[in-house]
Design a binder for this molecule. Structure first.
Ligand SMILES: *Cc1c(COP(=O)(O)O)cnc(C)c1O
Length: 484
């Protein structure tokens, strides 16, 4: 094959070269029908499903246009004004604009705060903070994963260090009170006094209440530790001012940009500048030195060239985040979450602690089922959510809860009444889960449960509910690009 298409000296023939030149200009549908059709199917899945995974959202058309732009092509290792490549005048302009908007969106004084907009995502925004602030094996305290924290906050089990944070740093988790579901700040304080962390992380992936940043600041100060907030889930709510701001109390704030902030997938790190502390006796000032430490940790420490197309998408999202429309959206996210929570409680479900933000944790223990089984049934009915451990769960292998978030469907225009409908669909899915379980041995495994769902009578029921769910979801618009 190769030979027949090669001309003299191994160079391409004129015909092959002409074909190459048209290949790079061809639209996706004719150039790669296989990938095109997968994307079409995914779009249809997104349109017809009820998306309740708390970390997901639908980016706006403008964000996706910026993301799919020629900014993808440009290498620009370094920072605006100090790059290792030429041709960077427009990516410099873009990155500076993105930085400016990031500070504005969170109402931050550029004298007191700086921001790095280069992290590729949320996890790559956290690790450079740890390497910048601590030495190898420096001590970190974050909320334990089964209690609602994130993997990157140092997760490990009795048997194994799972997150690189726990491998390269010494991690000691803090936890929620297993009875109330609220973070046990008293124990955090006690343990911090023994462990002497260099860094305390205030951040959650599955916790439906606001964090007490002021209390955590005091605990950090008592141990001369830095306080970092990871506001990945709530960054849109913070920008809109509908939940307390971590910026009032923290030294560093990291975030993703694709959850409630509704941008493309990326991350940001905000760091304080100026005075860190003043000695009350001598009046001597200590300054922050976070700017160079964090910037160097991101590049060249851990990353290479920034994703300029993502920075473009984030800049667009940040501009939207400063509008009254965005504030209205975030207020609706919280109102919808309360509506979903209330509707489920009315149907007799337990909601861990209730909710002040974008997500709820449904505890299925009193219903006699668990997250894994219910998640599978709901998935088969086009309702997307995820199983999650509940406070006091004995085994992380059989989580008893389901996590539901309202950001994605709120982007599709859902309001409280629509979430009452959503609650009823969830209820019907869980009722079906219980009926299937009753039809089997109480000792049946999750795998056996999933096999049981293959039976014809259950397939019929699942299909009927799925059709109703999809007909309902299809009536709402889906933000994004017109075609894909
Ligand atoms: C989602 C999340 C992250 C990680 O973000 P990725 O983009 O998935 O790497 C980090 N921290 C918290 C608290 C999160 O919820």
């Amino acid at each position: 094959m190769a030979n027949s298409t090669q001309g003299d000296g191994g160079l391409p023939t004129a015909e092959l070269w002409a074909s190459h030149n048209s290949m790079v200009m061809e639209p996706l549908d004719s150039n790669d029908p296989e990938v095109h059709s997968i994307i079409k199917k995914e779009k249809q899945r997104q349109r017809l499903g009820l998306e309740l995974i708390a970390s997901e959202n639908f980016a706006s058309r403008a964000v996706l246009e910026a993301l799919g732009s020629c900014m993808n092509n440009k290498y620009s290792e370094g920072y605006p004004g100090q790059r290792y490549y030429g041709g960077t005048e427009f990516v410099d302009e873009l990155e500076r604009l993105c930085q400016k908007r990031a500070l504005q969106a969170y109402r931050l004084d550029p004298q007191k705060w700086g921001v790095n907009v280069q992290p590729y995502s949320g996890s790559p925004a956290n690790f450079p903070v740890y390497t910048a602030l601590g030495d190898p094996h420096g001590r970190i305290m974050g909320l334990d994963l089964p209690d609602g924290g994130h993997l990157t906050h140092g997760f490990m089990t009795e048997k194994k260090k799972i997150s690189a944070t726990s491998v390269f740093f010494e991690s000691m988790p803090y936890k929620v009170n297993p009875k109330t579901g609220y973070i046990d700040y008293d124990r955090l304080e006690e343990n911090a006094r023994l462990f002497h962390p260099k860094l305390i992380i205030a951040g959650v992936s599955c916790y439906s209440r606001n964090l007490d940043y002021a209390r955590m600041r005091k605990i950090a100060d008592a141990n001369s530790a830095y306080l970092m907030a990871d506001m990945a889930h709530i960054s849109g709510l913070v920008a809109a001012g509908v939940v307390p701001s971590p910026f009032d109390h923290c030294d560093v704030v990291s975030t993703t940009t694709h959850k409630t902030l509704r941008g493309c997938r990326a991350g940001m790190i905000f760091y304080r500048k100026g005075t860190r502390s003043v000695d009350p006796k001598t009046g001597k000032e200590t300054l922050y030195n976070l700017e160079s430490l964090i910037n160097q940790a991101v590049f060249p420490g851990l990353q290479g060239g920034p994703h300029n197309h993502a920075i473009a998408g984030v800049a667009v999202a940040l501009r939207q985040a400063m509008t009254p429309e965005f504030r209205a959206y975030q207020q609706q996210v919280v109102a919808n979450c309360k509506a979903l929570s209330a509707a489920l409680m009315e149907l007799g479900y337990d909601i861990v602690t209730g909710s002040s933000n974008l997500l709820i944790l449904l505890d299925l223990r009193s219903r006699g089922t668990d997250g894994g089984r219910a998640e599978r049934v709901l998935e088969l009915c086009s309702i997307a959510c995820n199983k999650n451990t509940c406070p006091g769960d004995i085994s992380a292998l059989r989580p008893s809860g389901l996590r539901f978030g309202t950001p994605a469907l709120t982007s599709r225009g859902f309001r409280q009444d629509d979430f009452h409908m959503v609650a009823r669909y969830i209820h019907r899915g869980i009722e079906l889960t219980l009926r299937v379980q009753k039809d089997m041995s109480p000792k049946a495994t999750l795998k056996e449960f999933k096999e049981k769902l293959e039976e014809e009578k259950y397939q019929k029921e699942l299909k009927a509910l799925k059709e109703e769910v999809e007909a309902f979801a299809a009536t709402f618009p889906l933000p994004g690009l017109p075609v894909l």
